[in-house]
Write a protein that binds this ligand. Sequence first.
Ligand SMILES: Cc1cc2nc3c(=O)[nH]c(=O)nc-3n(C[C@H](O)[C@H](O)[C@H](O)COP(=O)(O)OP(=O)(O)OC[C@H]3O[C@@H](n4cnc5c(N)ncnc54)[C@H](O)[C@@H]3O)c2cc1C
Length: 368
Amino acid sequence: MIDCVVVGAGVFGSWTALRLRQAGRTVALVEAIGPGNPKSSSGGASRVIRMGYGADEIYTRWAMRSLAAWKELSGFFQNTGVLWTARRGHPYGEATLRVFRKLGVAHEVLSVDDVRRRYPALHFEEEITGILEPESGALLANQAVAAVAREAARIGVEVVEGAVAPFPEEGRLERIIIERGRALEAETFIFPCGPWLPKLFPQAVGRRIRVTRQPIFYFDAPGIAMPVWIDFTDPRGAYTIPPLDGKCFKLALDRHGPPFDPDSGSRFVTAEETADARAFLVERFPALRNAPIVETEVCQYESTSSGDFLIDRHPSMSNVWLVGGGSGHGFKHGPAVGEYVTGLIGGAESDPRFSWASRLEAATRSVY
Ligand SMILES: Cc1cc2nc3c(=O)[nH]c(=O)nc-3n(C[C@H](O)[C@H](O)[C@H](O)COP(=O)(O)OP(=O)(O)OC[C@H]3O[C@@H](n4cnc5c(N)ncnc54)[C@H](O)[C@@H]3O)c2cc1C
């Protein structure tokens, strides 16, 4: 019997399998479709890696540790810099700066005039402040996940293709059954199944993780020179990623969309979503009024009530661990999540912040 079976080779599962193997465990990594597949939450072309998390220092620490790990996987981190904009005196921005000073995160504070001078394409009527993280940027997401899974396989993780069949949520789990009939036995089972967690664990997870539809747009915008940009001045919570690896200028709105089924939900954007995205683009980048949309993606967030991750033992299955609730910001933290889960399996103390008990059914998002 092996030590650990990890079900799901998204960013959380791939890094968890890699870190467990590096810690000396025997590990199998089971994946239904493929590491970083387009239906998974890790499946997009790019994800932002930023250090700023307001007063939520733990995520800044995790992002710092994770950035170092991502850089070791050469080629998947793109050091574009990350620019935040917020109304002057915004508590999230102020708290971010306090944490940056405490932890020594490289940053620059920009006045509205600095922002206008450096990024002339960006238009603001409001009095804003900018925070620039020059050492942050973006990750080539789906390619990076595939590389982590390959590295896990290289050092001895058995990668198994196939979907794990549902099982009763009670007692000790002895084995899982993979489609086409193969069974896998292990001491410990870890389920980083992203948006599929509520389906596989309807009792323990159910409505504790809400899956929402999130459209993404790529505009043809040659000549717009920007770092990654995150806007905190507007409840739509938009962010943009400059052209990377053959993709165009990416725009997404971070507000939660309607409920979404990761298996059957349509991956085509709607006319209303397109109109919203273009309206936002034109407000902030007037020069892009007529920029053509070159490509779109529809992904999904799997969000907990607060936006904190769910990383805990199943409440009624002693050798089963639930790992998920990336809540629209989990990708960058893949390495730190893998490290944390490896510690828990080895008996390390858990942080109540990620506990099953604190994942409520009513949404009160506080982590972004
Ligand atoms: C549009 C969008 C933008 C985002 N932007 C950012 C960002 O800029 N920065 C950031 O840090 N984060 C971002 N996120 C969040 C981040 O991408 C997710 O939190 C993260 O990818 C979640 O990874 P995961 O491993 O938990 O889930 P997933 O990537 O979904 O992986 C789960 C895997 O489990 C497999 N699986 C499921 N059920 C089974 C089964 N029964 N048997 C076998 N395998 C199974 C699936 O096939 C899948 O591969 C964004 C998310 C979205 C959707």
